[in-house]
Design a protein around this ligand. Structure first.
Ligand SMILES: [Cu+2]
Length: 144
């Protein structure tokens, strides 16, 4: 009786020790730093210049109204097509502005300092047409 009670704990202890053999530690997953995407997004779209997007062979919006002194930005968001932003019409380029070839991702800016209606087109795809309507600056201190 006594002998059995004395042996049992030893066997129990040995059993626990055997089972407690250290398991192979799990390979730690290296914490790969998540790369921060560097994007050429205008940081302050609210206060940025009005934009015309070149996509699907159209200018969006095709017609944009701004006040004199405003800088307008055109951005080519095509997958592969290049365009131009050329003032006037294909028959009568006005020579006021011409972006030259804008590849996908390229942008072009022009500041309109004279009121008027500015037709423009793409010299590569003359059916692409747009228009900027430049209004005179509102009289200062009037309606406010
Ligand atoms: Cu084009």
């Amino acid at each position: 009786m006594f002998r059995r009670l004395w042996i049992s704990p030893v066997l129990l202890f040995l059993g626990i020790t055997a089972c407690a053999a250290p398991a192979a530690p799990a390979t730690p997953t290296p914490l790969s730093p998540t790369p921060t995407p560097m994007r050429a997004v205008s940081p302050t779209p609210v206060s940025g210049p009005p934009q015309v997007i070149l996509k699907n062979f159209t200018f969006r919006p095709a017609e944009l109204e701004v006040t004199v002194g405003t800088t307008v930005e055109w951005i080519n968001q095509e997958e592969s097509a290049s365009h131009t932003v050329t003032s006037g019409t294909p028959d009568h380029p006005s020579g006021v502005f011409d972006s030259g070839r804008l590849r996908p991702g390229d942008s072009f800016r022009f500041t309109f300092n004279q009121p008027g209606t500015y037709e423009y087109f793409c010299s590569i795809h003359p059916r692409m047409r747009g228009r900027i309507i430049v209004k005179p600056a509102p009289a200062s201190g009037s309606d406010y």
